[in-house]
Design a protein around this ligand. Sequence first.
Ligand SMILES: CC(C)(COP(=O)(O)OP(=O)(O)OC[C@H]1O[C@@H](n2cnc3c(N)ncnc32)[C@H](O)[C@@H]1OP(=O)(O)O)[C@@H](O)C(=O)NCCC(=O)NCCS
Length: 206
Amino acid sequence: MSSQASAIPTIEIETARLILRAPTFADVPEMAALANDSAVALMTGRLPFPYGENDALTFVHYQDEARRAGKELAFAIESKEGKAFLGCIGFRLPKPDAAEIGYWLGRRHWGRGLATEAARALIDHGFDTLPIKTVIGECRVINEPSRRVMEKCGLRYINSGLRAAPARGGALPIDRFCLSRADWVSFKAWQPAIVRESSGSTELAV
Ligand SMILES: CC(C)(COP(=O)(O)OP(=O)(O)OC[C@H]1O[C@@H](n2cnc3c(N)ncnc32)[C@H](O)[C@@H]1OP(=O)(O)O)[C@@H](O)C(=O)NCCC(=O)NCCS
């Protein structure tokens, strides 16, 4: 099994409506504009608030270094139509056999299934290319939309606890979720069954 400490190549992932690609300096103004929203930043453990262009610049630098170090794999979420920057999604790779998913979208892009579409694509990519056994996810206990995104991606609730959230100035109560490789393989192999009208009679012979 290969080590995740080696650099992860930059790639693009295309879905029905989205391109997931490496964040660039050209994303900085829109990234700062969308993340500088308490409804976005305060639901995450990592985004500072208020969030300015310097924070976005730091992130673009940091995620490239983290990718080269094999520690993180971050993507900008871009709309195929209009090529707009919508938000970010990525994996942290805290240990060789697990990837922790995280994501955020600008508020005006919520409610169209885009986070779920991006997360499903990233999870598929993770299990396809990384030697991970599980995808894990955490969200604030009050974060129903994020909980729902994880459920729609097949992650199951595991337990609750506290997580250090330096950008929030302390620890936050969170729910933990997990999708095992075995369950992902099973879901992906789930084929539709053929249902046809039965010709046999259900009446009992007397
Ligand atoms: C979490 C987030 C990425 C979801 O983005 P999105 O593109 O709107 O998500 P989707 O449309 O794919 O799915 C959202 C689901 O949550 C549901 N939802 C939204 N608000 C809800 C609420 N208040 N209570 C319950 N469910 C809610 C939606 O109905 C949808 O579920 P459905 O398809 O079963 O109807 C977005 O809200 C966000 O960026 N939030 C701020 C940052 C954040 O929370 N990041 C995650 C940190 S763990």
